[in-house]
Design a protein around this ligand. Structure first.
Ligand SMILES: [Zn+2]
Ligand SMILES: [Zn+2]
Length: 345
């Protein structure tokens, strides 16, 4: 029955109707239902917000454990952004916002959406597509499954590198280029999972089912891998979204709660909310308050992600490499410990 329902759930699209999975449409209903119910009173709001956090952590852990490729989290991101814009733009300016404040908010919102959209769009360029050992062109590793123009060019470079190394004329080869092409010491790096020739610092993603160049991690919220080509877009997207979320939440809360003046740099008043006890008296104020709290919740999560990225950048590593090193260290520790136990027995 579920398959029949899934098959009927189609969206008219140019070039034929597109099938939509129930996981991709579920957030469109869950988010407004949760946010709407949270406007009832403060206790319901706290319980529902905590439920949302718990549900997200549980869902992410489950998806990671089973390496499931799902549109659910990407859809959650898209609909969260959509509902937040609707509330911030249609509800809050009706209160008491200065136009410039709204222009700032619009600018950072658009910048955040654009950067995260680019992160998602550029993700396929991170994928390593040359297969090794499964085609008649065994002796031509990089060329086998090169699809795009760029991959073709890179495969060609791999090929050239190999012929040059065969001639033992390593002096003319730039070592770094050889390393990047996965041909250090004349041996290509081949992924054990997908049998692809991989450049240095490319790692396998269980969710994408392929190797990813300079892989950081798989972002479930964007449903793509963060790697060489989209890492800077990802960081920019996180940063601009964080500014937009904090700005949106602060403008909303200072409009609907009693604000107080913190400081006045260059004649511009910086306000913070003080007393929010009356927000649950009407639905309009309640929904603005709940959405502002929801954006602060997301802002906290993004701050954690940015701090983690800053730490990794400082140590000149990626999340994948950091976790791999930590796992190797843990395995080493337990090996040493079991050796000691064997000696002491
Ligand atoms: Zn692989
Ligand atoms: Zn991935």
């Amino acid at each position: 029955m579920l398959i029949a329902f899934q098959d009927r759930l189609r969206l008219p699209w140019r070039g034929g109707a597109k099938r939509i999975s129930p996981a991709a449409v579920a957030p469109a209903f869950i988010i407004p239902l949760m946010l709407g119910l949270a406007t009832l009173n403060s206790k319901t709001a706290i319980v529902l917000m905590l439920t949302m956090v718990g549900f997200s952590i549980w869902g992410l852990q489950l998806a990671k454990k089973t390496a499931t490729r799902t549109n659910f989290f990407l859809s959650w991101t898209v609909f969260s952004v959509f509902y937040m814009i609707v509330i911030f733009e249609c509800q809050v300016p009706l209160l008491e916002l200065v136009p410039e404040e709204n222009y700032f908010l619009m600018f950072f919102t658009c910048a955040g959406i654009y950067c995260l959209y680019r992160t998602h769009r550029l993700a396929p360029l991170n994928l390593v597509s040359a297969q090794y050992g499964t085609t008649p062109k065994d002796e031509l590793p990089g060329i086998a499954e090169a699809s795009s123009g760029e991959e073709q060019a890179e495969a060609q470079t791999t090929l050239q590198m190999e012929s040059v190394l065969d001639l033992n004329d390593a002096d003319v080869v730039d070592i770094d280029t050889a390393e990047r092409a996965g041909l250090m010491h004349g041996q290509p790096n081949i992924c054990e999972s997908c049998r692809k020739v991989t450049p240095r610092r490319a790692y396998h993603c269980q969710v994408c089912g392929t190797c990813v160049k300079r892989r950081s991690h798989h972002s479930y919220w964007l449903n793509c891998c963060i790697g060489e080509r989209n890492h800077s877009w990802y960081i920019s997207g996180l940063f601009t979204s964080l500014v937009a979320l904090i700005l949106g939440a602060n403008l909303t809360l200072t409009s609907i709660c009693h604000p107080f003046l913190v400081l006045r740099p260059f004649g511009y008043a910086v306000l913070l909310p003080d007393d929010c006890s009356e927000v649950f008296e009407s639905f309009e104020l309640g929904i603005s308050f709940v959405v502002a709290c929801y954006s602060l919740l997301i802002a906290n999560y993004i701050t954690f992600l940015l701090a983690r990225q800053a730490f990794l950048w400082w140590n000149d590593t990626t999340l994948h490499e950091y976790k791999r090193a930590a796992n190797a260290a843990a395995a080493n520790r337990s090996r040493i410990w079991s050796n000691w136990r064997a000696i002491l027995k």
